[in-house]
Design a protein around this ligand. Structure first.
Ligand SMILES: [Zn+2]
Length: 278
């Protein structure tokens, strides 16, 4: 599942292809993957046909495409969603293409953009005004790339649930999934089963700082290699090689050599080192 680094890398790689371009056509091939905030609007119009693309935004794992009129398109990649620019595969060669756009730059360059999602856990939301995007995002916590120890301590410091579960809660902080939750807890030296109320303010500050550093590094590396993940240019990420615990249950800890443990926490496979994480 794409996490914050993959979506931020996608946002950055998308910019040069779409910013400043006008949407000359837009088509929705699977209406059930799209939620319209203004139901009477034709799908192509809701999907920004006729608009210029002025900016992109991201919160956690969601991406938004903004226009000067306020019309906004929000994209959630879910488990397997992809936003592809000028795919090399010929038209008709790609399955599960749920929406498509054609954009024209003032220079005359034409760009074809596709949203595909083989497993259909992602989706599109359209908004006639930008403030409706803020309302859509109001239930999501602050972005993990800017998370603070104060915020985590204030909201989680008295709670009994495992810190691994807290990190996966998008209402507490946005953008962390299973991979970066395990990696951050390893780097911070905290056992995933620890409950929030056992952490000191210093623990929360260290965890927040670790998350910010880890996620920023992963964004720079182009996101994790996931089977379905592609950036706007169709490239896979290469941060996977840097994982210390994710996917390494039963292997020796890179720091101390102890065999890494695994258990299910919040129905997600969790991997940690008993020796390095307390
Ligand atoms: Zn260890």
């Amino acid at each position: 599942m794409p996490e914050l680094p993959e979506v931020e890398h996608l946002r950055r790689s998308l910019g040069p292809h779409i910013l400043g371009a006008r949407v000359t056509s837009a088509a929705l091939h699977r209406p059930d993957i799209c939620t319209h905030a203004a139901p009477g609007t034709p799908a192509s119009r809701a999907l920004l046909a006729g608009e210029c693309i002025s900016a992109t935004r991201r919160l956690g794992k969601q991406l938004a495409i903004m226009t000067p009129s306020g019309r906004t398109l929000c994209i959630h990649l879910g488990m397997s969603g992809q936003l592809l620019v000028n795919p090399r595969t010929p038209a008709g060669g790609l399955t599960h293409v749920h929406a498509s756009w054609e954009l024209a730059h003032p220079s005359g360059t034409v760009v074809r953009l596709l949203f595909r999602d083989p497993r259909r856990f992602g989706g599109l939301w359209t908004f006639p005004r930008a403030d409706l995007l803020d309302a859509h995002w109001a239930h999501i916590g602050p972005d993990a790339l800017a998370i603070t120890g104060e915020h985590l301590h204030r909201h989680e410091g008295a709670r009994a649930r495992p810190i691994k579960s807290a990190l996966l809660d998008q209402a507490l902080l946005a953008g962390v999934g299973n991979i970066y939750a395990d990696e951050a807890l390893f780097r911070a030296g905290l056992a995933p089963q620890r409950s929030g109320r056992t952490l000191t303010p210093d623990n929360w500050h260290a965890l927040a700082a670790t998350l910010r550093t880890l996620l920023a590094e992963a964004v720079e590396a182009g996101g994790t290699t996931l089977r379905d993940y592609r950036d706007a240019d169709g490239r896979t990420g290469n941060a996977g090689a840097a994982h210390a615990v994710y996917g390494r249950a039963g292997h020796p800890c890179l720091r101390c050599g102890t065999t890494l443990e695994t258990a299910m926490i919040s129905q997600r496979t969790t991997v940690w080192c008993q020796q390095c994480q307390r």
